[in-house]
Design a protein around this ligand. Sequence first.
Ligand SMILES: Cc1cc2nc3c(=O)[nH]c(=O)nc-3n(C[C@H](O)[C@H](O)[C@H](O)COP(=O)(O)OP(=O)(O)OC[C@H]3O[C@@H](n4cnc5c(N)ncnc54)[C@H](O)[C@@H]3O)c2cc1C
Length: 381
Amino acid sequence: MDFELPENIRLMRDTVRRFVKKELEPVSQKVEEEEKIPEGIVQKMRELGLFGLSIPEEYGGMGLNTLGECVLNEEFGSANACFRSRFGTNNGIGSQGILIDGTPSQKQKYLPRIASGEWTAAFALTEPNAGSDAANIQTKGVRKGDVYLLNGLKHFITNGDIANVVTVMAVTDKEKGTRGVTAFIVEKTFPGFSIGKIDRKMGIHGNNTAELVFEDCQVPAENIIGGVEGKGFVTAMKVLEKGRITISAACVGTAQYLLDLSIAHSKQRVQFGKPICVNQAIQWMLADMAISIYAGRQMVYHAAWCRDQKQRVIQQAAMCKVFCTEMLNRTADAALQVHGGMGYMKESPIERVYRDVRITRIFEGTSEVQRMVVARELLKD
Ligand SMILES: Cc1cc2nc3c(=O)[nH]c(=O)nc-3n(C[C@H](O)[C@H](O)[C@H](O)COP(=O)(O)OP(=O)(O)OC[C@H]3O[C@@H](n4cnc5c(N)ncnc54)[C@H](O)[C@@H]3O)c2cc1C
């Protein structure tokens, strides 16, 4: 076994680490207050290639494998979570359907613009009556000549308000259950597409989720991902499987940031005439954080490596998502405790991170859904 990271990943990690320290960390609190990422920062993220980390070089991306993407995702842990959300949909849920199951011409047409960050990509599966029960989506796609007419409503769509292109799951044959779901590539300029309500959220300010409205939205038949009806649900599940590993990596990075802040604070905060870190109660909180971060990191790297070896990782991906998201939420709670009242104040990054991390146990499949996946794999013949 070789636990050394490949050199190209280490070099890229060092570049990203410098960028995060120099460009993103200093403006993280300002972005939270203004609820907007300055365009100049988005442009710098484009120039660094962050929008195309996981997209192959032939389409203008960096061509990183899952392990490489995970290692880089960790580096964003010390910056406002909205930065990763901003470019994350281009690397993850917004591009992967096209990359994994798209036709050669779909890849040629869309991936270069997504990889460069010229276009923002999103993924629309969830609907008001179909969240965890994603198979229950009601958005319909009906063929009329050379186009499909899409009708329905998607909600909570990350980057939905700014996306140029969206992978949209719709039912084309309701008799066939999940085999009647088709994935469409929808451009924001297609007639009948509009943006509905933009959500006000608990955290990840600076990055929006939105409703997407489809009213006789005209989508050319050639924009069915892979060109075949009925493959959309399988495509969606493949997309989410990868996302569960890369989100877990981001959780490890954020937990590490919280631990680093907690160590520093516990050494400099003096109570009863001594730094608080001399107390065993504080030391155990730090130790528990470090132990679970170590476990989470190994799980993520292993699952990423397995995926890169083309192994089936549905169970590992779900295990990583449960463990790392719940580990991060526990770590945020402990970090706030170590910081005392100061951790509760808006001037401390802990207050923001504490709110931001809560969503990780919900989006791209809740903890309960992940446990269902793990159990299903355990119990099948
Ligand atoms: C900030 C944010 C960003 C998002 N981005 C996107 C996006 O880009 N694209 C997209 O398509 N969606 C997106 N979503 C939607 C997200 O994936 C869903 O919110 C999530 O899958 C849960 O669905 P739900 O909110 O409808 O909760 P529900 O499904 O209503 O679940 C409510 C609770 O019931 C539990 N539950 C449900 N069924 C069971 C069961 N059988 N057994 C045990 N417990 C169960 C759940 O685990 C949860 O605790 C986003 C959501 C948020 C909040």
